[in-house]
Ligand binder design. Structure first.
Ligand code: EPZ
Length: 417
């Protein structure tokens, strides 16, 4: 296992290009299962979760060819319908192959993802929707065993707006008999990107990005060439990296419509963000104002940016309240930030962050993907050396974060644990 070492104190300078969105690439790769032929996907990020979904798809008979930035995907010969525990246990998003497999093969056997560090994260809403579409769903020996001769359109209401639930059912519906309406659907940009890819394949989808999505089943789909959107959470992470180090960086390849809530909150802290043509320029200042946040579904402040924002608030000029409303246990980073001197008090789903002048470097441990990013950000500004262990969490969702930060002037490197 690797660890990351950071010597804090250097303001970041220079420019960084954002990689493709992990949370758009995962459903889009799964959607390739819906039809045979060769797909070409561009801007797929190179990170652990993408490797995992490719392993799961290869297990099903999918063939990949990489040439420079493009990933070619052949789905002609599916020879299995099983996603095994050994792979699914490492990534919950593996459940995204359930809808496409049911549509293409009429059967699927997917290991139940199990919980994860940030919460129980059940899939009951995925399964309820598929049952309403005529699938026969059984849970046995830790697996979801699903069968459906022909999925049929249904009216589905999500008790809770679920991103991958919306994506799974959208994929199940594109070749179902009749019309499917998803009520209280997730509106994240990654849902819209999947819908755009499916429409390019010939699907009929209206309302993606709103809370009511209507899918009219079609007989056939065809393979596509498609480019994935940039990763809005990586953009947010670099915006905070500039703010926390009081640096000035240029961020290339981002879509500011995806990060309005993040930008709004950063502007409130006194951070400067300017748009020049296709790039964003972000300038951090000495005085960082304390700002309250509450995580919400899109277009609200994203839960995937909560930990990173908490690192910034740890050195702000007052007290801020951070409320986490999406996951029940997404404060795992707090105890590690406290080891670096942060003054944070947790009370149920909210954290009170008493900002202070500085943090000090320490040995800390990553617990989940975004928590590890928050520890890197804290290390950029902490006095002295921070050593972050278990960085495999970070590598699941960021492509070369430490390399990109070192190119921006940070003293950051990897060592074998
Ligand atoms: C997606 O997870 C993202 N992952 C997460 O990003 C992100 O944090 C989350 O959406 C919220 O925005 C991918 O897109 C691959 P949900 P997902 O279903 O779809 C409850 C990252 O760091 N729920 O929208 O699993 C659930 O427990 C990751 O990149 C049910 O109760 O999240 C949660 O409280 C972390 N039953 C809430 O809904 C269900 O059937 C929202 O979860 C489904 C969800």
């Amino acid at each position: 296992m690797d660890k990351i070492i950071v010597e804090g104190g250097d303001p970041l300078k220079g420019e960084v290009t954002i990689s493709g969105s992990k949370n758009a690439a995962l459903p889009i790769l799964s959607a390739c299962l819906l039809t045979g032929g060769w797909h070409t996907l561009d801007n797929i990020p190179k990170l652990k979760d993408i490797w995992t979904i490719k392993e799961i798809l290869s297990n099903l008979g999918v063939v990949f060819e990489e040439n420079n930035q493009s990933l070619k995907v052949n789905t002609d010969n599916l020879n299995s319908h099983i996603a095994p525990y050994k792979l699914v246990k490492t990534m919950r998003a593996s459940i995204l192959v359930l809808g496409p497999l049911l549509s293409r093969l009429g059967k699927a056997k997917i290991s139940l993802p199990g919980g994860c560090a940030i919460g129980a994260r059940p899939i009951d809403l995925h399964l309820k929707g598929l049952s309403l579409m005529g699938a026969d769903i059984n849970l046995a020996h830790g697996y979801v065993v699903a069968n459906a001769d022909k999925l049929r359109g249904a009216d589905i209401f999500f008790d809770i707006s679920t991103v991958t639930g919306t994506e799974n059912l959208m994929m199940a519906a594109v070749k179902a008999d009749g019309v499917t309406t998803l009520h209280n659907a997730a509106k994240e940009p990654e849902v819209i990107d999947l819908a755009n890819m499916l429409k390019t394949m010939g699907a009929r989808i209206n309302g993606a990005g709103t809370d009511t999505v209507t899918i009219t089943g079609v007989k056939e789909l065809h393979p596509v060439k498609y480019t994935i959107i940039p990763d809005r959470i990586e953009v947010g992470t670099f915006l905070i990296a500039a703010a926390i180090t009081k640096g000035e960086i240029t961020i290339k390849g981002c879509n500011e419509n995806h990060i309005e809530a993040i930008m709004e909150k950063l502007l409130e802290t006194g951070t400067e963000i300017k748009k020049e043509g296709e790039v964003l320029i972000v300038i951090g200042h000495d005085k960082i104002k304390s700002v309250d946040i509450k995580t919400m579904q899109f277009p609200g402040f994203p839960t995937d940016m909560q930990a990173q924002f908490m690192s910034l608030m740890s050195i702000a000029d007052g007290w801020s309240i951070i409320r986490e409303t999406i996951f029940e246990n997404r404060f795992m980073h707090v105890s590690e930030l406290r080891r670096m001197g942060a003054d944070i008090e947790i009370n149920g789903g909210q954290a009170l962050v008493r900002g202070k002048t500085n943090l000090s470097g320490a040995q800390v441990m990553a617990t989940d993907l975004r928590a590890s990013a928050s520890l890197v950000l804290a290390g950029l500004v902490a006095k002295g050396r921070t050593e972050i262990s278990r960085v495999y969490h970070l590598d699941r969702g960021y492509q070369d974060l430490d390399l990109k930060l070192s190119l921006l002037g940070s003293k950051i490197w990897r060592e074998k644990q």
